[in-house]
Design a protein around this ligand. Structure first.
Ligand code: DX5
Ligand code: ZN
Length: 219
């Protein structure tokens, strides 16, 4: 296992006060999770390159861009060029995931592959060496505030086992319903990066919520 990463999701913050949302987690977060939705891949619409560009200029936190968009073959590399630390796109939307990963790495970012709720992980195990991050959704992608689906941790176990036996340095990130009562199970299954929206921005004290989540993940 590598060091635990906690990534607050701005989706749960006030979009009129993103600077305050970043300041609230600055000392505690490892990455800042930015959910890009295009109203086609998922039935929700958030933000795109202009906002990512402004976030990049406004924070020193690494940007973890989660692209819930169609045609990542065309659009993903643009986020790497804007300076995202990690760019994760959905396997279900990609025509050539390995080619996208190569483009992302060539543009200077880490490459991430996301697997939505209804997609089995098995068919992607053989392309994991092309990726730095595997994001296993623990809900159906599209909205914050949904309930964690514990059965989906089987995919984390399968991927972690495969990464171990292949000696891959792979981050396995979980996203959806991660909170005080679910994070330990996800860590136990083999996840080492944890996205949390509601559990962090819905808390009275977001920094304290991160400290608590980290302690539970490491327990
Ligand atoms: C939903 C997004 C998540 C979302 C998680 O599709 O990918 O990052 O913000 O929200 P919570 O932590 O509230 O489940
Ligand atoms: Zn996300």
């Amino acid at each position: 296992r590598t060091d635990t990463v906690i990534a607050p999701s701005l989706l749960a913050a006030d979009f009129a006060r993103l600077d305050e949302a970043m300041a609230a987690v600055a000392g505690e977060a490892d990455w800042l999770h930015v959910d890009v939705m295009d109203n086609h891949f998922v039935p929700n619409l958030t933000l795109g390159p202009p906002v990512v560009k402004s976030l990049k200029a406004a924070t020193s936190l690494p940007l973890d861009c989660h692209l819930m968009i169609e045609d990542p073959d065309r659009w993903a590399v643009g986020y790497a060029e804007l300076g995202a630390y990690n760019v994760t796109f959905h396997a279900e939307a990609a025509a050539d995931p390995v080619a996208i990963a190569k483009d992302l790495r060539a543009a200077g970012s880490k490459a991430g592959l996301a697997i939505d709720r209804d997609t089995p992980v098995e068919e992607f195990l053989d392309i994991l060496p092309a990726f730095d991050t595997l994001l296993i959704m623990t809900i159906k992608a599209g909205f914050g505030g949904q309930s964690f689906i514990p059965e989906l941790l089987d995919k984390v176990r399968t991927a972690r086992q495969s990464a171990r036996s292949g000696h891959l340095e792979l981050r396995i990130e979980v996203d959806g319903g991660i909170a005080d009562d679910t994070i330990a199970a996800a860590a136990e299954a083999g996840a080492d990066a944890f996205v949390a929206g509601t559990a962090i921005y819905g808390a009275q004290d977001p920094a304290e919520a991160i400290r608590r989540l980290r302690a539970l993940a490491d327990s």
